[in-house]
Design a protein around this ligand. Sequence first.
Ligand code: KE4
Length: 430
Amino acid sequence: MSRSWQQSRSLFAAASKVIPGGVNSPVRAFKSVDGEPLFIKRALGSKLWDADNNEYIDYVGSWGPAIAGHAHPEVLKTISEVAVSGISFGAPTELETDLARAVIERLPSIEMIRFVSSGTEACMSVLRVARAFTRRSRIIKFEGCYHGHGDMLLVKAGSGAATLGVPDSPGVPPGTASDTLTVPYNDLGAVAALFEKHPEEVAALIIEPIVGNSGFIRPDVGFLEGLRSLCSKFGALLIFDEVMTGFRVGMQGVQGLHSISPDLTCLGKVIGGGMPLAAYGGRRDIMAMVAPSGPVYQAGTLSGNPVAVSCGLKTLEIISRPGFFDNLSRRTRMLVDGLRSCAERNEIPFAADCEGGMFGFFFNGRPVRNFTDAKTSDITRFKKFFWGMLENGVYMAPSAFEAGFVSAAHSDEDIQRTLEIADKVMKGCR
Ligand code: KE4
């Protein structure tokens, strides 16, 4: 029995009259799967319910934050207990120091940290600090990596920008983008060539150390380590944008998996547990430049507000419990291995990978090492798979250029059910 989406349709029509594209963030719009978005009414654990009361197993998880599961009772209790004492004061609270310490304990490369309200803010701010610290202007980023919608970063970006096929957005003045150099992911030679060409001009190199915004793309063996050496050799700062991977692929992010110390790190999503909270941090000598301790200005009315911080603190506490990531990784691996088996049984070219609670897949028979490879995937087949899964109660990212997320609330039964549905849907995708 096909699902009715009438309520979502009419809500979308109403929203579209007052909100550009009917959504407050483009990738939610289902444009890249040629459809209209579902309006979500509520979520609990691993499930979502849309405005037509259809139930789904959710693998978007608010694009990463919902790692503990939606509406986790302990998180809700914490938020309500803090909120009754006031939501935001525009003044420091002890909770911010607690969260700063909690992050610093878990990520040794971070000696000082500043909280902001979005990953975009974190990435914009960290580059301003890097440019001030090095007194240099150029930035190196990678095609298909997305670091928020800051002007200087919206160049050959991934995620929504890639999905919408407008990697270089209108409205970004040429002068702003001209200092942003882009190279293919996993191409260490191209990075070395850029450094040789601009030996004393590069302020920083920023990277998604595992890409989630072109789909899931893993660094080649030695790639990240090579970037660390090149940045050190040429006096540029190495910035890991772990907004998506931080506290998602493991307790110490990708930097922990590779035992690499970036000079600066951006965090978001999980660190706020679903509330608007992100951060940037790193070496004390660099972060000391941030106002008011130093001259680099960065500010925010709601930065570090107690409600968001309490949500992040409780989320970090939950994911720090013994066995959390072992269980999360096991279930994510079960999903990915199962999807790969479904594709093999149906003789469909398919590649899938995961790390911790983050996964991705491409309808592609070749290895996907960069954004150019990702774009050779069978998007038509992806769309067919996406809609087949959605119609059968599985909510996946509405874009071939996104990652998926499993939460602690996803049960073995959820994964098994997902794989049964995938087997049926894949048959229709042959
Ligand atoms: P926000 O400004 O959306 O909080 O964070 C920007 C950002 C920065 N860095 C990385 C690695 C990110 O993945 C993101 C945001 N990710 C997208 C999903 N691919 C957010 C979803 C959306 O744009 O609506």
